[in-house]
Ligand binder design. Structure first.
Ligand SMILES: [Zn+2]
Length: 218
């Protein structure tokens, strides 16, 4: 994921990053940790690899032999990449989120077919719709808090959470707001931000969803 994360970590409205930030040499589609030209670092070493490995290890420990481990692993790996981009440039690129919606749906359909659990698949589809609708209503009620990217990401998280159950969807859908509020209060208390600062919501949505997934009693 280092390649897509590097390319898409460009502010909204600007072209993808395609050159080294130090020497402006072109960066290959699947770059290493360092620029081939000047050996400058392309992003923080291990900032993606360690969280991805940790999240996959947790999922494998929880869902190891279940047919849905592939779909949930896909959601988790993509989630780490999306969180990294959102932290870097405060956006959740459609080019990652939108193709992930059908991809995760297909992966869950495969898990449903293998496990003969079509009820869970229907619930996943409903979960995606319900969570996106809930976030859309919140965005309309409190403009400026949630962006369009957060609503599309909510649809993606709703698929994974709904698959595991309505209880998991409820916890995962709301936990992001709790985490975000706690984080904001801590930063306010430490005077690192002001009340007007915008904090990206995607990492909290994804973190809340991951906690709910790992805690699910499925
Ligand atoms: Zn360079």
């Amino acid at each position: 994921m280092r390649g897509p994360v590097f390319r898409l970590s460009a502010p909204s409205g600007e072209p993808d990053r395609s050159t080294c930030p130090s020497c402006a040499a072109p960066v290959p589609r699947w770059p290493g940790v360092r620029c081939a030209q000047c050996r400058g670092r392309l992003g923080t070493p291990m900032a993606l690899e360690l969280p991805t490995a940790a999240v996959l290890a947790l999922l494998l420990g929880r869902f190891g032999a279940q047919p849905d481990v592939v779909a949930l692993g896909f959601f988790a790996v993509l989630g780490v990449a999306l969180a990294a981009i959102d932290i870097a440039v405060q956006r959740l690129p459609d080019r990652l989120v939108l193709p992930a919606l059908p991809a995760l749906t297909i992966a869950l359909a495969a898990a449903a077919a293998i496990g003969h659990d079509y009820g869970a698949f229907v619930r996943a589809l409903l979960g995606g719709v319900v969570m996106a609708a809930g976030y859309l209503l919140l965005a309309l009620a409190r403009p400026g808090q949630l962006g369009g990217g957060d609503i599309k990401l909510a649809a993606l998280a709703g698929l994974a959470l709904g698959w595991l159950g309505w209880h998991t969807l409820l916890i995962g859908g709301s936990l992001g707001f709790v985490l975000s509020a706690v984080f904001s209060l801590a930063l306010l208390a430490a005077r690192r931000i002001t009340l007007r600062s915008a904090i990206p919501f995607g990492p909290f949505l994804l973190g809340g969803a991951l906690i709910a997934i790992l805690a699910s009693g499925h």
